[in-house]
Write a protein that binds this ligand. Sequence first.
Ligand code: PMP
Length: 643
Amino acid sequence: MLYSLKMRASQSKGGQNQHISGAERILNESDLNVNVEALISRALHHSKGQPDFINVKIEAVAENEIEYIDALPVKTVEVKDAAAGQKVIIELLGKIGITNASDIMKMFSQTYNMRGAMLLNVDTLERLEPNPERGIRATFMDAADSKSNVNDKKNHFREALILASKVVNAPNIIAEVCVSDDPNYVTGYVAAPSIGYVRITKLKELGSPDGGRIFLYRGSREDVEKCINYLEKTKVLVKNISNLKNDPTDSEGNVDYIKAEIENLKDKQLYRTMNTITSPQKAHITIDNRDFILLASNNYLGLIDDERVENAAMKAIEQYGTGSGGSRLTTGNLILHEELEKDLADFKGTDSAVLFNTGYMANVGTISALGVKGSVIFSDELNHASIIDGCRLSRANVVVYRHNDAGDLEHKIKETSPANGLIVTDAVFSMDGDIANLPEIISIARKYNLLMMVDEAHSTGVIGKTGHGIVEYFNLKDKPDILMGTLSKSLASEGGFVCGSELLIDYLRNKARSFIFSTSLAPATLAAAKSALNILKNEPERVTRLQDNVKYFCSELQRQGVNVETKSAIVPIIVGDEGRAMAIAARLFDEGIYISAIRYPTVAKGQARLRAALMATHSKQDLSIAAQKISLALNYVKSETQN
Ligand code: PMP
C-alpha cells in the first residue's frame, strides 16, 4: 500500500492565514514516519517564519490508482535580469502558438495572493477557477523512483519539475508558467509538452515575495471539470526524476554540488583531513595520547616553545592587550609593528619592510599590487600557491618558466619583451627543498630591467651560514629588489613580511589590498616574532645545529640505502605512486613517525613523496630512529605492493 503525505504550514497574521510552506509525497508505508518528521522539520524551520498551524494529511493510495508519466526534459535559459526572463517566456509561448502571451503575463499579478494556480483560457483570457481566491491546486504527485528519499530541505527545482510534468499532462492544459513566491528564489519556468521544462534563471527581483502559477487551458468550457479533476485528484508518479542533478542556483538545494565535489575528492584519494595535536609543536608531539617524532613542522629553529619567546608574547599581552583593533592605516598601527619592521629590514639588509598578516597575504598583496596592467610576471613553475594566487589577482600577463631554468626564463623574457615586470621565485622550493639559482636569475632581471622578488619562507633562519637566507647563501652583492618572508616558520609566530627600498614599501602600504583591508597583527604575535628574530640574530649556532641535523639525517637515510639530497631543511623522499606514498606515511604514523605524504596536485602526478622537515631541536637519536623506520617502511610497502 502507498500513502499520500501532505504537509501545509501557515501562520495567522492580522487575522489572515499566511502560507509558509507546503510539500507532498507519495510513499511506501515503511517510509512514512521518517518523511513526516522531515516535512515537519521543514515547516518548523522555514525562512518565512514560525508556523502556528501545521496540517499533515496522510491518505492511502491504491497502486492501481496511480498513473505513471515521464518527466519533462529540462533546459535552462540564463538571463541577465527579470525583464529579460519575461521576454523569454513570451517568446517561448509564442513558439507554441500563444500569440497573446504578453497579455497573459500582465495577468500574473492577479496570482500573487492566490493559494493555488490560475486556470486561464489562453484564447479568451477568461479565468476558469471555480474559486478565484483558492485557485487550482495541482496535487497527489511525486517522483516514481525516489519513494524512500528523505528530504527536509526544499528542492524547488525537483519539486517544480514533478508538478509541471503532471500539470502539462492534464487534459487541455497546453502550458504552465511559474514564478516562485519564495523571496530567495528567483528562478522560474515555463513548461509545455512540446518545449519541455524550461528554467529561466531570473524572473523577479531577489527578495520579492511575488510569485504564482498560471495553467494555460485551451478547450471547451465543458471539459474544464475534467481538467481540474485530473490536476486535483489523479495520483501521478513521475519517472526519471532521480537522475537529475540538483540545481546549483536552488537556494536550498545549493549544497548538493558541494557534496558532489567532496565525493569526487574522496574518489580520487585527494580528500584531506586534519590530525589534532595536543602538545606544543616540538620535535616530539602528542596525538591521541601517543608520542610521535615530528618530521613535518616549519618550526625550523624550535623556537615555538622557547621561554624567552613565550615571555615576550605574554608581556605584550599585558602591555597592549590581545588585539590590534584596526588595520594599519586606521587605528591598528602599534609601535610593535614598526619596531618589528625595522628589525626585519635590518636583518635582511634593506632600507625598509612592511608586515602582512600571513606569508600568503604578503605574496598575494605584493604581487597583485606590482602586477599592473601591461606588465609581465615571470614565475617559476614550482612556486608556492600564494605566489600563484598573487599572479592570478594581478592585472599582469603571467608567464610561467621551467623550474629553476634560467635559460627558459631568458628565452621567455625575450619572447615577451615586456616594458616592465617582475621575476618571482621561491628561494627554497617548498616541496623539493632545492634552492633557486638566484645569481643567474638576478643577472637576467638586471639585464632586462625587471624587478626581482624572492620568497624566503623556507630560507630565513635555515640557509646561509647564520641563517640570513638566500643572499647570505650565495654571498650576493646585488640583492633582489623584494625579499618576502614569513614569521610563521623559523620565527615561531605568524605573519608575513616584505623587505625592500623605501619607495617599494611605501608603494605596498598604499596599494597592497591584503595590507590595507585587514586588521593588523596582534601584540603577542608581533612580540613573539621580534623575540625569535632577536634569538636568531644572536644565536647563529641554532642555525648550525639545524644544518648539522639535515646532514646527519640525510647520511643516516643514505646509510640505509635511501637516496636523498637537499640544501635546505626540507628533505624530499621521492616515492612516485600516490597510493604507495600514502601507505608508507600511514605505516610510519602507526610507528610513531609523523611525516607528510605529498601528492598531486601539490606536486606533479607520479611524483608523490614523503616530505621531511627538520628542526634544530631534533636529537641525533630522533633522526636515526626516524631514518631507520622510513627505510623499513619504504621496503615494506614496496614488497607489499609488488606481491
Ligand atoms: N611561501 C612559501 C614558499 C610557503 O611555503 C608558505 C607557507 N606554507 C607561504 C609562502 C605562506 O606563508 P604563511 O604560512 O605565513 O601564510
